[in-house]
Design a protein around this ligand. Structure first.
Ligand SMILES: NC(=O)c1ccc[n+]([C@@H]2O[C@H](COP(=O)([O-])OP(=O)(O)OC[C@H]3O[C@@H](n4cnc5c(N)ncnc54)[C@H](O)[C@@H]3O)[C@@H](O)[C@H]2O)c1
Length: 401
């Protein structure tokens, strides 16, 4: 089949490479530099091998493009564009809208349109279908389905092939064709009774993590006040063989999913007159962690950070990826700057961030570890400053969160 995938980021490129094994894939993206590099066989995503892209290009199975007209003739369209929050922390569906415009204006035959972007229940039925129809030059009876993406960048043991995939169409025909498509590269397909169930399940998976991360971050604060080692407490609780799942404290949450997706659910809940109190409180706790850490470090260092050279170690939102979206390191740096510290950062994986290059791992009065990549030696972190505060639990010998 000819498949077009709108958006060639973490999700879209990953799907392109798997789908390219059995289909002819057109990867459409609005970013010309990404497209140019992809067509040279260069991946910009960890976990997507450049060689795999180059092989597909050589076989004529993959092509990236910025030209919307190249999606013509596609039997299946997959939407994999960002779904962020706007400045009021409300869902921003503008990228979805522009994807619908590309599809509506360029498809000249009925297709199956599948959304993989994360959004609130009702998005495929009440937003994507009407928007695509609005932009269509001719009336076409497209089919619509949802299959929320569960990819976890950097995780190797779970991938597109073995991670169970939820799906549902707006019609039985859409459901059937969606199943046929994903079964060409995914071993475990889970059909649910409506697109809304699949959309809600995706949001709840990430809300479950957001709330539990906040709970454990709150426990870290309580434990410190009580003089109890939070990580030992969690290990102890984790010996219970049932009814407990271990989460660990951190500088907060980052990435495209955990800080964002729960707010999509909260938004829809509030539109239906229900207040999502757990989500609101979890957001507060996680967003306050950088401030809490800055204050703890200050109180360990004579009560003030004014003029102190503070090095933030690891600015990616999680280990072994170069992704800095929504990273708690950003809020930590803001909090440290407000306290008068002279702040620098070092990250061997990110290397360049907000127009700055990664600084040296050393020469500081204080080092705060936000993310510990495997390539960074613990001994090197401990040598970076006379006082090292670790939010990850991995830098044994440092002061622990
Ligand atoms: N990254 C993850 O771990 C992950 C996991 C599961 C679900 N998701 C969801 O998948 C969706 C995509 O996330 P991502 O991480 O791949 O984002 P990304 O930022 O890595 O990639 C999105 C790509 O879409 C492109 N784009 C933006 N507007 C476009 C348009 N109108 N037409 C074509 N291309 C366009 C961008 O240039 C970019 O390359 C989001 O809804 C996200 O929440 C992400």
């Amino acid at each position: 089949m000819r498949i077009s995938i709108i958006g060639q980021g973490y999700v879209g490129l990953t799907i392109s490479v798997f789908a390219g094994e059995s289909h002819e894939v057109v990867g459409f993206d609005v970013n010309p530099s990404i497209v140019e590099r992809l067509n040279k066989g260069i991946s910009h995503i960890e976990g997507v091998d450049s060689l795999a892209i180059a092989k597909l290009i050589a076989k004529g199975k993959y092509k990236a493009t910025t030209n919307p007209a190249e999606i013509k003739g596609s039997e299946i369209m997959v939407i994999a564009v960002p779904t962020p929050l706007n400045s009021e922390r409300k869902p921003d569906l503008s990228y979805i809208d522009s994807a619908c415009k590309v599809i509506g204006e360029n498809l000249d035959a009925p297709a199956l349109i599948i959304n993989e972007s994360t959004s609130y229940p009702g998005t495929i039925r009440n937003y994507i279908k009407p928007a695509t129809e609005k932009y269509s030059k001719v009336k076409l009876d497209h089919e619509y389905a949802i299959s929320p993406e569960r990819v976890d960048p950097g995780r190797v043991e779970w991938n597109q092939k073995n991670t169970p995939r939820l799906f549902a169409g707006l019609t039985p025909e859409a459901t059937k064709r969606t199943k046929e498509f994903y079964s060409t590269f995914c071993d475990n397909l889970v059909e649910v009774s409506s697109p809304e169930v699949a959309e809600a399940a995706k949001l709840f998976e990430n809300t479950f993590r957001q709330v539990n991360i906040a709970l454990v971050n709150e426990l870290a604060q309580i434990s410190h006040a009580l003089g109890i080692d939070v990580r030992e407490t969690l290990e102890a609780a984790n010996t219970k063989p049932y009814g407990f799942m271990k989460f660990t404290p951190s500088a907060g949450v980052g990435g495209h999913c955990i800080p964002v997706d729960p707010s999509y659910l909260a938004h829809l809940a509030s539109e239906h007159g229900v207040r999502a109190t757990f989500i609101e409180r979890a957001n507060e706790v996680n967003l306050e962690m950088p401030q809490y850490i800055a204050q703890r470090v200050a109180s360990d260092n004579g009560g003030s950070l004014k003029g102190k050279k503070v090095l933030v170690v690891g600015v990616a939102y999680k280990p072994n990826v170069a992704d800095t979206r929504e990273t708690p390191a950003e809020h930590l740096i803001e909090a440290l700057n407000e306290m008068g510290a002279v702040v620098s950062w070092s990250d061997e994986v990110v290397r360049s961030w907000k127009g700055e290059s990664s600084g040296a791992l050393g020469g500081a009065d204080i080092a705060i570890v936000v993310t510990k990549h495997d390539v960074v030696e613990i001994a090197a972190i401990l040598k970076a400053a006379p006082y090292v505060f670790d939010t990850t639990g991995k830098v044994i010998g440092a002061v622990q969160l």
